[in-house]
Design a protein around this ligand. Sequence first.
Ligand SMILES: *[C@@H]1O[C@H](CO)[C@@H](O)[C@H](O)[C@H]1NC(C)=O
Ligand SMILES: *[C@@H]1O[C@H](CO)[C@@H](O)[C@H](O)[C@H]1NC(C)=O
Ligand SMILES: *[C@@H]1O[C@H](CO)[C@@H](O)[C@H](O)[C@H]1NC(C)=O
Ligand SMILES: *[C@@H]1O[C@H](CO)[C@@H](O)[C@H](O)[C@H]1NC(C)=O
Length: 421
Amino acid sequence: MHRHTLRALFHRPNRHCLIYPLWLFFLFNVFFVKQLTIRDVYDDYHQLDVVQRVDMSTLKDTDVKTILLWNPWYGDFGFTLDDVSSFSRVGCKFKNCVLSKNKTKVVPEQADAIVFLYTNLCELPKVHGRQGFQRYVLLTDDPPMCYPRNYFERDNHFGSFFNWTISYRKNADVTWKRGWVKKLDQPLKKNSFSQIRLRNSKKKKKLVAWYVARCGSKSKREAYINELREYVEVDSYGPCGEKSCPETSGTPGAAILPCLDMLANNYKFILAFERYICDDFVTKRFFDLLDRDTVPIVFGGADYARIAPSHSFIDALSFSPRQLADHLMKLEKNENQYLRHFWWKDIYQVHSGYQELASQPFCDLCEKLNSNLPLKIYRDIDNWWYNSTKCFGPEDRGIVIRHNETIEDLHNVQVPWSFDD
Ligand SMILES: *[C@@H]1O[C@H](CO)[C@@H](O)[C@H](O)[C@H]1NC(C)=O
Ligand SMILES: *[C@@H]1O[C@H](CO)[C@@H](O)[C@H](O)[C@H]1NC(C)=O
Ligand SMILES: *[C@@H]1O[C@H](CO)[C@@H](O)[C@H](O)[C@H]1NC(C)=O
Ligand SMILES: *[C@@H]1O[C@H](CO)[C@@H](O)[C@H](O)[C@H]1NC(C)=O
């Protein structure tokens, strides 16, 4: 096997089941600069059922909870692996956990939790010596329609396999958020609201922009936007857009932020349209936009009123494309009406940093491992994942779009973990 850089892996256009986890790996590792060799991936994968008993005393104090990442290509989520002080350094509330991928250091039958990445479960993981205290955790972060419906049914052993879930869904055991908004104890001294007012009055902003990283969606957002364009100009940026951000080079994800800064400085409204309209599903893009001097226009299934201050965004699914265009043009003419969308800026803070987002589910998992929780078993994960997930289209909200077909993603590669979209 050759040594591949992450970039090379990232561009490999095959649909092998490795590609999904590699994306995930990529997203986390680019920020904590690392290299992966294909060889490591395969070697680790084929070693799964080699259980070696190793003295845990170096790692496991009486009170340390061990979390084993089963799939070796996981990133480190901002933690230092195998380091007992890492949860403390990252700022987790509970600090007595350690994250590891090393199955000799943290033997699977000793780990307090083993986290399995859903997209990698092409076959049943062979884990020996499962003990009653252990939690097997399913980690997944895209709506289920990315995957074949019978994904878990490939192997009926998945019944009663998992104890907990980590997912974007509200009803998961650990909800992995792509961002959040928190009310401040003290209003900001710097008074962002009046700064925004000032900046806005000085600048002649254009109306609507969109940064589009993926060239297709299940949500029919493209159809909506095409129709919107019949009434207002929508400048599209990014890999699938017509305009490019000069700053966007290097790693995807982090490199997009200067581009969003530029867009927020030049456009009054920016689209935060999701690829899927599913309950609870929202990407980091929304929070990144909320954090800037612009008004996000959302198109998704999250309960936006619950996750963001009221009036901080505009919901495209409450308007037809034509009505939305009218609404935006009205706001363009009325500066005061427009500025009302920023009323909350001094009293709320948006959290959307990569580090915070990456570590949050593991901080929460650590907290749960420290709580004396009753036994829990997902007897039918398929039912949880599919039957209780609600996804829909604009038409289910009564929005009629003329050319309403779904446009498939480029290469039809679905990315399971999408901080951005
Ligand atoms: C895994 O842990 C074992 C035992 O502590 C160690 O010898 C080995 O080098 C570690 N492997 C990796 C890849 O860090
Ligand atoms: C986890 O699930 C297994 C398998 O269903 C079960 O035997 C075990 O009691 C569960 N453990 C906890 C801590 O919930
Ligand atoms: C889930 O939904 C499918 C399709 O609607 C149905 O066939 C199946 O029986 C459901 N499973 C459960 C456990 O309700
Ligand atoms: C798509 O548009 C066609 C034609 O307007 C309409 O008949 C159809 O019901 C629409 N489909 C959806 C899913 O909205």
